[in-house]
Structure formats: C-alpha cells, structure tokens
Design a protein around this ligand. Structure first.
Ligand SMILES: Cc1cc2nc3c(=O)[nH]c(=O)nc-3n(C[C@H](O)[C@H](O)[C@H](O)COP(=O)(O)O)c2cc1C
Length: 332
C-alpha cells in the first residue's frame, strides 16, 4: 500500500500537495494541460498586476482622447483600441479557458498593495470559475515618509476589499519583508485570508554598466531558498491552526516538499523547478515524495503534516534563534 497523498488547501480537496505557482507555465493553456497530465494538484495563474490596470486606464483614456480631439499625428501612435483585448480581460478569459480545459482547481491571482479597482477583477475571475483567489502583495514601499504601519494598513485594506468582493476562498501571498511577520500574518487572516502563501521572491534589479540604468533580472531559485519559508511556516503553523499554508520559494524536489509538509505546509508550490525541468517535473517530485513516505512507513501526508513544526518540536527555540555564533563556528 502506498501513502495517501491527498491534502486540503483553502477548503479544496487536492489529489496531492504539489501545486504549480504563478509563472510562465501557468499562463498558457498548453503548458497548463501538460501540468495536469503530469499530476499537478492545482494551478495558480499569473497575477493581474496593478501596472496592467494602470495600462488599461491609460489606453482607455488615450482612445477616448483620440476620438474627441487628438491630432491625426498623435492618433497614429495608438493602434485601434480593442476593449476586449485589454490586459485584465485576458486574465479573466484565461481563467475561463483553464476551467474549461482542466479538472484540477484553478486559482486566479491579483497583485495589489492598496485599495483600488482590482477587487472588481477578482470578482470577474471568480465569476469566470476560479476556485480561489490569490492576492499577491508584491510591492517595494520606497517612500521614506510612509511608516511600516501605514504600508501594512493599506495592504490589509486591499485584503478586506478583495474578501468583500468574492465568496470563493482567498489566499494572500506575502513577501518576507515584514518586521513582525507573525503579527502581519495574523492580521491578514483577521482581514479575511483563508490561507497564506510564504514567500514571494523579489527580483532584485542589477545595474547595467553601459546604460547606467537598473536592469531587471530574473534568476530561478535554488533549494536553499526554501529555508526562509520553512522557518516561518514552522513558526506560524501552531499559531494559525485553521489557516491554510503554502510553501513557495525553493521547492525543487521531493525532499524539499517533505520538509515543507513536516513544518506544517498544506501544499508546496513550484515555479523555478518547472521552468528548469518542464511540466513533467511534477511527476518526479510526486514520486520522490511518495517514495520518502513509503520508505519511512507513513500512511499519508496528513500524518506528516506539521509533525515537525515549532510547537511540536523538542526544541521550539531552534526556529527562532538566530544561531549566529553556532552558524559562524561551523564555517571556521
Ligand atoms: C518568470 C516568473 C514569473 C512569475 N510570475 C508571478 C506572478 O505573476 N504572480 C506571482 O504571485 N508570482 C509570480 N512568480 C513567483 C512564483 O510564483 C514563485 O512564488 C517564486 O518564483 C518562488 O518559487 P520558486 O522557487 O518555485 O520559483 C513568478 C516567478 C517567475 C520566475
């Protein structure tokens, strides 16, 4: 008998804990279908970003201006606006098509950092069939006049707005850059999050020495990057017992998945590993996870989940201590 891999995330019953997080492979129907064929348990579609809404507002404005009083020369700068083809509409249509094509749950993602017009799109995505919404709080708060508490309050307003707009389950995807992570995590749950996704990776721009401009760079993750979500899922599991927790960043193989489940994740999410190895890598990770459970006599993912979280640990301070001196000593 092999182990039962089923799990529950955001109230959804999943065939396994292996989920594809938002990224290029979840943005196309053909790769979505290949992910499903490889056994993925759920998919998170790429985020509708704030910039796309700003872009849409600009295009609508430009097109109205053009009709009213723009010069013939200016009008040649803008192709005819096809309202059906504007960015946000494409996201809604991808949800519809993914739902038609796939049997696994489809989670739609919206990027927001403050109250705004995105709850409308979250609602449209839910109406298009999304099984849950993931609110991606991805921003670089660079204004030195705005205190952390103010930034957080706006994040929480965004969570409340989306919560009020949809009745499907809501996950909030966090960055690790909070001074009091536990406090914000609890506040996000109080604001209406059914689940937390820990953590998004922020892409650090490089400096181009020819143009002297910041150059966007995307580097795929490595397994060691799992340690940050691992620590925080371990700490939060016992404190947020009814909240779904998803591990993202650095999940590349079955052992990574086992670690995340042991500290209390309900699901593990992958993007980099799928970009690097292709959709069929889902199958590899599932087989490795199953092999690990079977070799050690676990009956199910349920038996494993959270059994090494902080509150279950013989040394609970291990997850909190900086362990600086011991870590330094190990390289000397
Ligand atoms: C090319 C690329 C595109 C991504 N797009 C999104 C996105 O639209 N929304 C989002 O929340 N995360 C996005 N992510 C972040 C991933 O969903 C994931 O959280 C992150 O890459 C860490 O997981 P990993 O180590 O498995 O890559 C993207 C990542 C990559 C590499």
């Amino acid at each position: 008998m092999t182990a039962d891999l089923t799990t529950r995330y955001l109230g959804l019953e999943l065939r396994s804990p292996v989920v594809a997080s938002a990224g290029p492979l979840t943005g196309r129907l053909d790769t979505l279908a290949r992910l499903e064929d490889s056994g993925v348990a759920a998919v998170v579609l790429p985020s509708l970003f704030e910039e796309e809404l700003v872009g849409e507002a600009l295009r609508v404005h430009e097109s109205l201006e053009r009709g009213a009083n723009a010069s013939a020369e200016a009008s040649s700068y803008f192709p005819d606006a096809d309202f059906a083809e504007l960015g946000p509409e494409r996201h809604v249509r991808l949800v519809e098509r993914a739902k038609e094509r796939l049997g696994v749950p489809v989670i739609a993602s919206v990027n927001a950092t403050a109250p705004g017009s995105w709850p409308r799109y979250a609602r449209l995505m839910a109406e298009a069939g999304a099984d849950a919404i993931e609110l991606n709080l991805y921003a670089v708060p660079a204004d030195p006049s705005r205190a952390a508490a103010k930034v957080e309050e706006r994040y929480l307003d965004a969570v409340r707005q989306v919560r009020a707009a949809v009745s499907v389950p809501l996950a909030v995807k966090l960055s690790p850059f909070f001074t009091s992570m536990g406090h914000f995590a609890r506040a996000a749950v109080a604001a209406g999050a059914d689940g937390l996704v820990l953590f998004n990776r922020f892409y650090q721009p490089d400096l181009d020495l020819d143009t002297l401009q910041a150059r966007p760079t995307v580097e795929l993750s490595q397994s060691w990057e799992l340690r940050l979500p691992l620590r925080w899922i371990a700490i939060l599991r016992g404190r947020l017992p009814d909240t779904s927790l998803a591990a993202t960043s650095g999940v590349h193989n079955g052992e990574d998945a086992v670690k995340a489940l042991l500290v209390g994740a309900d699901v593990v999410m992958m993007t980099s590993a799928l970009i690097r190895n292709g959709p069929s890598h889902v199958m590899v990770v599932e087989a490795q996870l199953r092999g690990w459970l079977d070799d050690r006599g676990y009956d199910s993912v349920w038996q494993l989940r959270g059994s090494a979280c902080q509150s279950a640990s013989a040394d609970p301070t291990g997850f909190e201590r900086a362990n600086y001196i011991r870590s330094l000593a190990s390289v000397m």
